[in-house]
Design a protein around this ligand. Structure first.
Ligand SMILES: [Mn+2]
Length: 466
């Protein structure tokens, strides 16, 4: 039903190309030619010959307007955002990563990141989305640098608009090869429509994860001499991302999910200076569920959310997972965050007067190892059904992970959720398949050695950075 080739929204790309053709500064001489003397992108040009049903013909046959320049009046427009999307789609298929500055010069990157950071840092930890009767809200889970799938999703559901809100649940970067383009595209939407597009933080929007799962190396490869500067700017922006949202007073969304109360948890453990890893509070009995009021007071502006000390709410919100066993307990698999049972889902919904929790954070690889919880084949699962409502996990990266050491792939679909008036609490699920084949590109991390699904992180290495 959601086949890419005949999506009704495909025509929106006409806008892009039309605008591109009339943009000022159009100068084909500025455009680097695709390298003809090597086969780095050979797959991109031959992709249309594949017999795969889900193959998409290159969606931007026309050369986009590059380099992208910052609007002279400093105000982003719909045309500008569409042009940026078109430029990223084109560059991902036609030029080398090291030529990225010829598409988005670092000066323009700086302006975009600065504009977005200013907006994001001012938002509260938990953003409130009050939508009117004629509006819908699209909720999106992990996308992990899979640019072409994100573009498909946006076209499929319809772009952000006055009557269409978006809440992204984090994990924009890492693993996939186009985390930079994905993150910047979403930042552009945020800057253009700050009260329609909401970008929440995922656990991968951190210094630790991006140094292990590829985003840092990706930025260094794409921005060369300016790479360290660009990476630092991204980290600064990550720190500003809010942690959670409340939609229409009925729906709570966050990347990992629920979190502990910090008011009564006093850990008296000695600080593990040189100690190795995984130090979770052994006083399980002291764990109790946190409130939205406590969430609003947490200090989220940290490069890596701490897993010990007093500022534990950000780490819980970004890293926790649901469980089928009742109660709250330390998330030993992850080494940070919590596991929470159906009773906690009920308690949180009831005391916050909510109907639905939509969280993300678990892909097909993570779910393969979770007994009692459903697999991620369709891009979503309904994990808890309790008296007050439901808990849903939403994952929006199809055919994940992009780079995988084993022959056998999960072939999972991604999904997004649409919430409609009047109550916005009856989720409509849309599953979609990956845009394949992906442009040929090298990974930015050693995917054969890096463990799956963020388990057993070497948390001690975060000490010096957080
Ligand atoms: Mn995650």
């Amino acid at each position: 039903m959601l086949s890419q080739s005949d999506s009704p929204n495909t025509s929106s790309f006409t806008i892009t190309t039309a605008v591109t053709a009339t943009s000022p500064n159009s100068s084909p001489e500025n455009n680097p030619k695709p390298p003809s003397d090597d086969d780095f992108f050979s797959v991109a040009s031959s992709s249309s010959s594949s017999e795969d049903n889900h193959t998409e013909k290159p969606s931007s046959p026309r050369h986009p307007q590059i380099p992208v320049s910052w609007p002279s009046d400093g105000n982003l427009t719909l045309d500008w955002v569409m042009d940026l999307m078109s430029a990223f789609d084109w560059s991902s298929r036609n030029i080398r990563p090291s030529e990225f500055p010829s598409v988005l010069p670092v000066q323009v990157f700086d302006r975009l990141i600065l504009s977005a950071s200013k907006i994001l840092h001012k938002e509260p930890n938990c953003v409130t989305i009050d939508c009117c009767a004629g509006s819908s809200v699209v909720v999106v889970g992990d996308v992990h640098g899979q640019l072409h799938d994100v573009i498909f999703l946006l076209r499929d559901t319809g772009f952000p608009a006055d009557n269409r809100f978006f809440v992204f649940n984090g994990d924009y970067v890492d693993r996939g090869a186009w985390g930079l383009e994905t993150f910047l595209l979403l930042l552009a939407w945020k800057v253009f429509m700050p009260h329609r597009v909401y970008l929440l933080r995922g656990n991968h929007e951190s210094k630790y994860c991006t140094s292990v799962y590829g985003f840092e190396k990706e930025v260094l490869a794409k921005y060369g001499d300016s790479g360290k500067h660009a990476y630092r700017k991204c980290l600064g922006c990550f720190e500003g991302l809010p942690l959670a949202s409340i939609i229409a007073g009925h729906v709570y969304t966050a990347h990992g999910g629920l979190f502990r109360s910090v008011s009564i948890t006093h850990s008296k453990r000695p600080k593990g200076k040189k100690n190795r890893k995984i130090i979770v509070d052994p006083e399980v009995n002291s764990l109790s569920l946190g409130s939205l009021e406590e969430l609003s007071k947490a200090r989220r502006s940290v490069l890596d959310p701490p897993w010990e000390g007093v500022n534990l709410i950000p780490g819980d919100v970004l890293w926790s997972d649901p469980s089928m066993s009742p109660g709250l307990s330390p998330n030993k698999e992850r080494g940070i965050g919590l596991l929470w049972g159906p009773d906690c889902t009920e308690e949180f919904l009831k005391k916050s007067n909510l109907k639905l929790i939509i969280r993300s954070h678990e892909g097909p690889d993570a779910r393969e190892k979770r007994s009692g919880l459903a697999g991620m084949d369709e891009g979503y699962t309904i994990d808890h059904v309790v008296e007050s409502g439901k808990l849903i996990t939403l994952f929006s990266a199809p055919d994940y992970p992009q780079f995988q050491a084993t022959e056998e792939r999960y072939k999972n679909k991604g999904a997004y959720i649409v919430l409609e008036p009047p109550n916005f609490d009856a989720p409509v699920f849309h599953s979609f398949e990956a845009i394949t084949p992906r442009p040929k590109v090298n990974p930015y991390y050693n995917f054969e050695d890096v463990i799956d699904s963020d388990e057993e992180l070497d948390l001690a290495s975060m000490v010096s950075t957080s």
